[in-house]
Design a protein around this ligand. Structure first.
Ligand code: HEC
Ligand code: HEC
Ligand code: HEC
Ligand code: HEC
Length: 437
């Protein structure tokens, strides 16, 4: 991957000439859309979120997320990061993991069908994922008109009565982001294809109703036996209900503003990370000053962080206590209502926090979700309390959450073995075989 990044930074473009369409064609780096797109390779820093909040290791035990979870960074890293993460292990996971990383994914969906693509493994298709979040993800063949390359995203927008073809230009542009910056799951009965679960609507309540109706779970929590659902970055969903959306302020207004190049030509900045560089052009009409706005946002962020810490602490206890009751052979009839409350509380918590920008996009929704999650977690513990009291000798094993490593050890993860498995996969199947690696 190093070679790809270095050549990307130098503006040298090597990735041309794929026979099967344009998914790997990158035009001249001397135009500003392309140069700014390449410049996301400079947004390389990331944060280890499990180190920051070891409780998440325990809440996500058994899901894969307990191994590694980092903050998002520049679009140029999307493919590298999904291949390198311990979550994707030895490449035997579904090719669907590439769905929101590269135009190679929709290209292969067209070839094999969505189910056919999902049925393949990452190892089988990785050599087609040379470009990370490329032009063809958002543009038609002219590399200017907008499109949604992903069939599941086209379907999803239609489910919430916002069909792409019928939207105004600004909403279409926001939907190009919403192809990937949405929550989703893999449909096991459909070859693990990606599905965006918006059939009843795209709020946390409506998606939960869908999952509950289908009795769907992403994984069974090994400590409490709870059938869990995982939320994943619902950025589009939360933005679509925000004050900004109502005023026509979109992802593109804030993350891809119009700039002027040295020759006086206007272009959209394709480096999505630089929101705060654009205050004077994009925000000043409605917000008095950058420092006031930043202070307001920081305050909301603090409120959200405090609320989530409270919910995380309650959920950790609820899982541990339910686990003790489960192992003490308390009847499933008594456990089920507790497990449902844990499932619903953790779903709301996750829907709030897995969107990394909720403090900016829709702080009110974030706080409301966390308040509901807290109530549900408290209700779970209210059901647990008398059952624990009935068994005074029962010992609950609360986890050691003093660090990421301590939490991983507590849940029994063999991290050196996982690291070794990853290195072997990279050495034997990726390096010198896939373009750019
Ligand atoms: C093909 C899928 C895809 C599309 C389309 C997409 N993104 Fe992303 N985006 C990602 C992935 C994946 C990451 C995380 C990459 C990583 O951490 O390796 C990401 C990261 C980001 C980040 C993190 C900040 C940074 O450092 O760059 C922002 C902001 C962002 N995207 C905004 C947008 C906006 C705005 C749009 C629409 C113009 C958009 N994205 C379209 C997949 C996509
Ligand atoms: C009103 C402006 C605005 C709109 C509209 C907006 N964002 Fe953001 N976005 C921000 C700000 C501000 C941040 C937080 C940056 C910070 O914390 O300093 C952010 C954060 C993010 C992040 C997390 C970046 C990170 O590094 O953690 C992603 C991803 C993202 N936005 C994507 C989107 C997508 C996709 C949309 C549209 C569905 C969107 N944003 C709409 C302003 C906006
Ligand atoms: C994540 C989605 C996304 C990706 C990836 C992307 N673009 Fe864009 N592009 C947009 C959006 C959104 C606009 C603004 C469209 C509008 O509002 O008219 C745009 C505008 C443009 C324009 C019109 C001129 C301008 O800047 O406004 C050109 C040309 C362009 N992009 C080229 C490219 C090229 C070349 C690539 C790949 C190197 C690329 N884009 C990658 C979303 C994307
Ligand atoms: C068309 C007007 C408009 C524009 C342009 C606009 N905003 Fe906003 N913004 C609003 C409104 C209205 C609210 C909601 C205020 C409230 O609920 O108190 C808001 C709220 C916010 C919040 C949440 C603050 C909070 O805690 O309530 C952030 C962060 C934010 N805007 C960032 C931005 C950024 C960054 C830009 C420019 C890139 C921007 N906005 C451009 C109208 C706008």
């Amino acid at each position: 991957m190093k070679t790809l990044l270095i050549s990307a930074l130098a503006g040298v473009v090597l990735l041309t000439g794929c026979d099967r369409g344009s998914a790997t064609d990158i035009p001249d780096a001397n135009t500003q859309p392309t140069a700014s797109w390449l410049s996301t390779a400079a947004n390389s820093s990331t944060d280890d979120l499990l180190e920051q909040r070891p409780a998440m290791v325990y809440l996500w035990a058994g899901s894969g997320f307990e191994r590694q979870y980092t903050a998002p960074r520049g679009h140029q890293f999307a493919v590298a990061d999904v291949v390198n993460t311990l979550r994707s292990a030895d490449g035997s996971k579904s090719a669907s993991c590439f769905s929101c990383k590269s135009p190679g994914a929709p290209m292969l969906m067209a070839e094999y069908g969505e189910n056919g693509f999902g049925s393949k493994t990452m190892a089988e298709v990785g050599h087609e994922m040379a470009v990370s979040v490329g032009c063809d993800d958002c543009h038609q063949a002219d590399q200017q008109s907008l499109r949604l390359a992903r069939p599941f995203a086209l379907e999803a927008m239609a489910k919430v009565q916002q069909p792409f073809a019928k939207q105004n230009h600004a909403t279409q542009a926001a939907q190009t982001c919403g192809q990937c910056h949405v929550t989703y799951y893999f449909q096991p009965e459909q070859g693990n294809r990606v599905n965006i679960p918006w059939i009843f609507g795209n709020s946390a309540d409506q998606i939960e109703k869908y999952y509950d109706t289908r009795r769907f779970y992403d994984w069974i929590h090994p400590i409490s036996g709870t059938p869990m659902v995982k939320a994943r970055h619902p950025d589009y969903e939360q933005w679509s209900r925000s004050s900004h959306a109502k005023l026509g302020v979109t992802c593109v207004t804030c993350h891809m503003p119009v700039k002027t190049d040295a020759n006086g030509r206007e272009y959209h900045d394709h480096n999505t990370a630089n929101v705060w560089d654009n205050f004077d052009s994009q925000c000043i009409d409605c917000h008095v000053s950058e420092s006031t706005l930043k202070a307001k946002m920081a305050k909301q962020r603090q409120r959200i962080d405090d609320a989530r810490s409270e919910v995380e602490a309650l959920l950790v206890k609820a899982h541990a206590e339910t686990g003790a009751l489960w192992r003490a052979k308390v009847s499933q009839a008594q456990l089920t209502p507790i497990q449902m409350l844990i499932r619903h509380a953790q779903w709301r918590w996750d829907f709030a926090v897995s969107s990394h920008g909720v403090h900016a996009h829709n702080p009110q929704e974030g706080l409301a979700l966390l308040a509901a999650a807290k109530t549900q977690a408290l209700q779970a513990r209210a059901l647990i309390a008398p059952l624990l009291a009935a068994q005074p000798d029962l010992r609950v094993r609360y986890p050691d959450l003093s660090s990421k490593a301590a939490a991983q050890q507590f849940i029994g993860l063999d991290m050196p073995a996982l690291e070794q498995q990853k290195q072997q996969f990279l050495r034997e199947q990726v390096q010198d075989r896939w373009p750019g690696w």
